[in-house]
Ligand binder design. Structure first.
Ligand code: FUC
Length: 787
């Protein structure tokens, strides 16, 4: 991937000037003089705000905004404002087919080696014949930066940088030489642009130079007297040529003062105020169609936006955001610590007396989902939407052996069903590309995808046999789809997802094999993500997680077929196959076995970050606290052996699992390690490390699962309430079956639960051992005190 600007033909002369000017601006020793910050800034009036007393000095201190597709990290600098920009379809490579043509012929031998316990030889053969070509997938990339360079400032008074989650607006404000400056930034979903407004409390005080830079292969030039355009392409990756074209456009509109543009920079002097409009798009249309016209799209978006006033644009953006965000409110109590900047609060959360920070963390998770996953766009990837690199960690892709699924854990309970739509669209795509892989690599019907995918919906096994040879990614994603139906209860949703679930199930009907020792039907080859067993490899047959995922998939596919009244023979076949799957087994230490054999305590990494075999308790439905008591005890034992310490997302998963064991205090102890500087950056982004957004979403889900759980016709109220949150209110949570639930508790006890039904469906409310059966009509509300 080239970091150089691409220049050709008639633009060359103009472009050389542009480069020189941008180079001069960018090479200025921006922060070479020390700015003195004085004044004690009060906290923002909106408690659902992240805020700071200094500009961001690194990317994980900058604040994220996004409209689902277009995003920015806002740094809030004094001499320079940096807006690092993203567009969710800007990926490396292009449409490609990575299936290995040698995989199918090798499959019988691979299976034989695994059943003969020849794991290392099996892994070698998989490496040579079965893995994708190329071995890695395409990376999510970055647009680049908009940089605003301001006149020199020596002393800055009462600086505050904040992100208001309720208005989805990042604001920077400070005084300098007796003038109060304010910068507001938001990403609008209705208008598809990012808007920045710069104001001062005195006329003629707004002066800056706007420029752009990018690590991508792109050229930047000015256009007219107030615009900049960046034209570039997605990078080549793993031998796949960068096929996407992209453009970003910046237009500056001022009142008063002078604006001029030359050499890839727009200069504003002595304006009363300035509004900056930013648009970006790529030529991506579908995973197999890249014929879009990015230039035309962004020109249209900007020309529409500049006709509207800032206030009109902001109002439309806020009402669109609040329509989703305000559906759930959470109050866990307040403390003095709310008066401190967010990064300081993160450092002190483990002391246990800042309940509002947990509420803020929960709402930040919902905010991030609204900002990174909207209908018509791409699902939230490993970094959601925000990435400053052409080659981010793990390619910033969709890792579907936990991470992408976890991104959507808080969505349904958090009343954000719309935000799941991009995921559903991606899984539909995968059912098409995965049908190709099922046929070519397994000679099977249906569809399959392994442990990662990308914008191009690649489905073959990648990276190497210890990670990639896991055929369950699509089957797990089907659970997210089924949950979407469970929560909404809408038949049209079921009709849409049923063919995808059926295809996923069909693949396993064709590929499960009989395990020689006990005759169980198992996956082979597979692995328990990404854990090695004691025989020097991860590849194996029938790991526990696979069987749990398949029991869920088959059960849910059968139920769907029944509701829709279709495929009776296939349903019968699934029921017979399900009965022959390897069961959950309890090992000699009382733990839930991770593999077909009792290898857990001899595995090299007994504290491994993945807790794959515990999928059955959460997010799966194979094991429940009251329904399968012995298995739930075994899960607890496994969790104790695994330990509480993990990566960000591993920590978040453990919170959810302890919540499903009904152990709120233990879940809270782990939450303390999640909301700590080790796993939460100053801007509250989760650290894997490095930054990975799944922990934010999993942590938010964990908080919700402590307060309410639902399933098997029950809604469990305050199932894992920790002592740390004796008083609280939550409004607007969603429960399976189409219910909306609000709770209010005092002294650690439920005061009232309000349950509203959006359809006719019976449900039992549970509070501890007390239960109450309900049969509500659509729209009917019921209030219960838990007795
Ligand atoms: C999984 C994890 C890693 C990382 C990667 C993106 O494979 O095991 O820790 O989160 O995804």
């Amino acid at each position: 991937m080239s970091n150089a600007f691409k220049v050709s033909g008639p633009v060359r002369k103009h472009f050389v000037f542009a480069i020189l000017l941008v180079a001069i601006i960018l090479c200025q020793p921006r922060n070479s003089y020390a700015i003195e910050f004085i004044g004690e800034t009060p906290p923002p009036s909106e408690p659902l705000s992240l805020w700071y007393r200094k500009p961001a000095t690194d990317w994980v201190s900058a604040l994220p905004i996004g409209n689902g597709r277009l995003g920015a990290m806002v740094f809030g600098g004094i001499s320079e404002e940096r807006l690092q920009l993203n567009e969710d379809t800007l990926w490396g490579g292009g449409p490609y087919d990575p299936d290995s043509p040698e995989a199918l012929a090798a499959l019988p031998q691979v299976r034989k080696l695994i059943f003969n316990s020849n794991y290392v030889a099996a892994a070698d053969l998989i490496s040579k014949k079965v893995m994708a070509r190329p071995l890695k997938q395409m990376p999510y990339q970055t647009v680049g930066d908009l940089l605003l360079t301001f006149p020199e400032a020596k002393t800055v008074e009462n600086y505050r940088r904040e992100l208001n989650l309720d208005t989805a607006t990042a604001t920077v404000s400070y005084s300098c030489d007796g003038v109060r400056y304010t910068r507001e930034v938001f990403a609008s979903a209705p208008d598809q642009v990012i808007v920045v407004r710069l104001t001062a409390d005195q006329p003629g005080k707004i002066s800056f130079v706007a420029g752009m830079k990018t690590p991508m292969s792109a050229m930047i030039e000015s256009d007219g007297k107030n615009s900049l355009v960046m034209r570039g392409s997605g990078g080549d990756a793993e031998g796949i040529p960068g096929a996407l074209k992209y453009q970003a456009r910046v237009t500056v509109v001022t009142s008063g003062g002078n604006t001029s543009a030359a050499n890839a920079a727009v200069s504003v002097t002595n304006a009363d105020q300035a509004t900056i409009f930013i648009a970006a798009a790529t030529s991506f249309k579908e995973y197999d169609d890249i014929s879009g016209d990015a230039g035309a799209i962004i020109k249209r978006q900007i020309s529409r936006a500049v006709k509207k006033s800032f206030n009109k644009l902001h109002k439309a953006q806020m009402s669109d955001h609040q329509h989703l965000f305000r559906r759930v409110s959470l109050d866990l109590g307040r403390s003095e610590l709310m008066n401190f900047p967010t990064d300081e609060r993160i450092s002190h959360f483990a002391e246990g007396n800042d309940p509002q920070l947990a509420a803020l963390y929960y709402q930040f998770g919902r905010y991030l989902l609204i900002s990174s996953s909207r209908p018509g766009g791409q699902p939230a990837n490993l970094q959601g939407l925000w990435n400053d690199s052409p080659s981010p960690p793990w390619g910033g892709k969709y890792t579907i052996n936990i991470n992408t699924e976890m991104n959507y854990w808080p969505a349904e309970t958090g009343n954000l069903a719309e935000c799941v739509e991009p995921l559903i669209a991606m899984v539909k795509d995968l059912s098409e590309t995965g049908a190709r892989t099922a046929k070519s690599q397994y000679n099977a019907r249906g569809w399959v995808t392994h442990h990662n995918t990308d914008l191009w919906r690649a489905t073959a096994p990648i990276d190497g046999p210890s990670w990639g040879i896991w055929p369950m990614g699509g089957a797990w994603l089907c659970l997210n789809l089924w949950e979407h139906y469970q929560f909404t209860g809408e038949r049209k949703v079921l009709k849409e997802i049923y063919p995808v679930m059926k295809g996923a199930a069909q693949f396993f009907v064709d590929t499960l094999v009989e395990e020689p020792k006990r005759g169980w039907l198992v996956t082979n080859p597979s692995l328990s993500p990404e854990n090695q067993h004691l025989f020097g490899a991860a590849v194996c047959a029938g790991p526990t997680m696979d069987m749990q995922i398949l029991r869920d998939l088959f059960t849910n596919t059968i139920k769907s077929g029944e509701i829709l009244g279709v495929d009776p023979e296939f349903r019968e076949q699934l029921a017979v196959t399900r009965a022959r799957l390897a069961p959950n087994q309890i090992g000699h230490a009382g733990q839930l076995q991770e593999w077909l054999e009792d290898w857990d305590l001899q595995a090299p990494e007994i504290h491994h970050r993945h807790v794959s075999h515990l999928y059955g308790l959460y997010p799966g439905h194979d094991i429940t606290l009251r329904g399968t008591v012995e298995l739930a005890k075994a899960v607890k034992k496994s969790l104790e052996i695994r330990g509480d310490m993990a990566t960000g997302w591993g920590t978040a998963w453990r919170i959810c699992l302890w919540a499903h064991l009904g152990e709120g205090d233990h879940a809270f102890e782990i939450l303390k390690t999640l909301i700590s500087p080790e796993r939460t950056y100053p801007d509250m982004f989760d650290s894997c490390p490095p930054f990975q957004i799944d922990g934010n979403f999993g942590g938010a889900a964990g908080i919700a699962e402590m307060l309410m759980q639902s399933g098997n016709g029950e809604i469990d109220l305050l199932p894992a309430l920790p002592k740390a949150w004796p008083i609280g209110t939550i409004k607007g949570l969603r429960a399976r079956g189409g219910f909306e639930v609000s709770l209010n508790w005092k002294e650690g006890r439920l005061v009232s639960a309000t349950v509203k039904s959006s359809q006719v469906s019976p449900v039992t409310l549970r509070y501890g051992d007390a239960t109450r059966a309900l049969n509500l009509k659509s729209g009917e509300e019921f209030v219960w005190n838990g007795q």
